[in-house]
Write a protein that binds this ligand. Structure first.
Ligand code: URA
Length: 427
């Protein structure tokens, strides 16, 4: 094979053959196909798309570049959840221990944040002592009978190494937001991970990869098909990411809010999404469970017990106080009315600029940085009341965070059509 022929075929809108796909994915991973050649091919795929058969083969070829985990020996069904990413999306933290209460093990192999969306591992690292990296044997021990039944840890570099390389290349060549490439990227990692059931939380709105419902739906359908064809019981929910989830965006702040949910409280939207995803995961894994049963496990401490064991097994101290920002700045309402908008992307960028996220893979993140919200769209606000509290360890960051929040919040007079619409959405 010749890389130029494969690029030219896709440039000319031809369907790539299985053999071409197998060769180009493997040769790229081994450094035989050059970065500039793969970047041309990624752009040709971006512009001309791929047929379902090509996407399935591409995904399988990426899986075959690495190892596959096998949970068949743990003696319990497994279910995982993947979110396409958003602002304040801490759902994995209460969800994994909650599902484990009901006899389904949760191998939640996670990543770090890039840009304005937070990473699950970054959040958990705000817990003193907690360790993200585990060996495969440690992961299996956590999931077996006798272990906590849930593990949230770093995905090893052995899973779909082709994706690691390709994702970094797409990031710098304007080829990220393309359904075939996103679907194969996510699903190659999830199928290689070896979960029996998978629930995809595909986010739509300003704070998500997918701004448009039509593209989010296409992505969801493509990923569900890929999962099912690979023998994974896969489902997808399309959920809103036009406003942040819950009342916090930032690492330690989000752990604190997750602990509220695990203690039977927490913001309504976080609880509702946690329950909805848990219902789907348990059903897909063959252990149908009602929302009432799930609520009871949050209220009576069973999910919290799993959480504590899960954190302890990874050297974290579940009783240690979470770090708190030394510096805060409060933004207050300048008029009376109803909060009609709290933009996810702008809040995410502000949290990132305060130090919660990173611009480059190797940058450190601040555990304490982030944005705390005091009202959600649809709620009444009065002049002078706090709307947002900005948290950071480095106060010179406040100015750029405030800049990012320009236009993030809108308040409309009570009784106006905008206010009525925001109240209706909330209900
Ligand atoms: N997340 C991934 O893992 N891959 C993508 O391509 C996009 C989001």
């Amino acid at each position: 094979f010749d890389a130029v022929d494969v690029i030219a075929a896709k440039r000319d809108r031809q369907r790539l053959t299985d053999a071409q796909i197998d060769w180009v994915v493997d040769a790229y991973t081994r450094g035989i196909v050059a970065e500039e050649q793969m970047s041309a091919l990624a752009m040709a795929i971006y512009l001309n798309g791929m047929q379902p058969q090509e996407i399935a083969r591409w995904t399988d070829a990426m899986i075959r570049t690495g190892e596959r985990m096998d949970f068949s020996g743990i003696g319990r069904p497994t279910a995982d959840k993947h979110s396409t990413g958003g602002v304040g999306d801490k759902i994995t933290l209460p969800l994994a221990p909650l599902v484990a209460v009901f006899g389904v093990s949760v191998p939640q192999l996670s990543g770090r944040g890039l840009g304005h969306t937070g990473g699950t591992l970054d959040k958990l690292e705000s817990i003193p002592g907690w360790r993200a990296r585990l060996s495969n044997d440690e992961i299996l021990d956590m999931l077996r009978e006798g272990g906590p039944g849930a593990v949230i840890c770093a995905a090893g570099s052995g899973l779909a190494p082709a994706d690691k390389k390709l994702y970094a290349l797409r990031d710098i060549t304007g080829t990220v937001s393309c359904v075939p490439l996103i679907a194969s990227s996510i699903m190659s990692k999830k199928i290689a991970e070896g979960t029996g059931a998978l629930v995809l939380d595909v986010k739509v709105g300003s704070g998500a990869f997918m701004r448009e419902m039509s593209m989010a739906r296409e992505l969801a359908e493509t990923m569900v098909t890929l999962g099912k064809e690979a023998g994974v019981a896969t489902r997808a929910l399309l959920t809103d990411m036009s406003t942040p989830l819950g009342l916090t965006a930032g690492n330690a702040l989000e752990v604190r809010e997750s602990l509220e949910v695990l203690a039977g409280g927490g913001p309504d939207d976080v609880v509702a999404l946690t329950l909805a995803l848990a219902v789907e995961m348990l059903d897909a894994a063959g252990r149908p469970t009602s929302e009432d049963e799930l609520r009871a496990a949050l209220a009576d401490g069973r999910a919290m017990d799993v959480w504590r064991e899960m954190i302890r097994r990874q050297d974290g101290d579940p009783d240690a106080p979470l770090p708190v920002a030394p510096e805060t700045e409060v933004i207050t309402a300048t008029e009376d009315g109803v909060l009609t908008e709290l933009d996810a992307l702008k809040v995410g960028v502000a949290a990132w600029r305060l130090g919660a996220g990173r611009a480059r893979k190797e940058d450190p993140v601040q555990a304490v940085a982030g944005v705390e919200m005091h009202a959600k769209p649809g709620e009444a606000v009065v002049t002078g009341q706090p709307l947002l509290t900005l948290h950071t360890a480095t106060p010179e960051r406040f100015a750029r965070a405030v800049e990012a929040l320009e236009g993030a919040v809108a308040v409309s007079p009570a009784g106006s059509p905008e206010a009525a619409a925001a109240v209706a959405r909330r209900e």
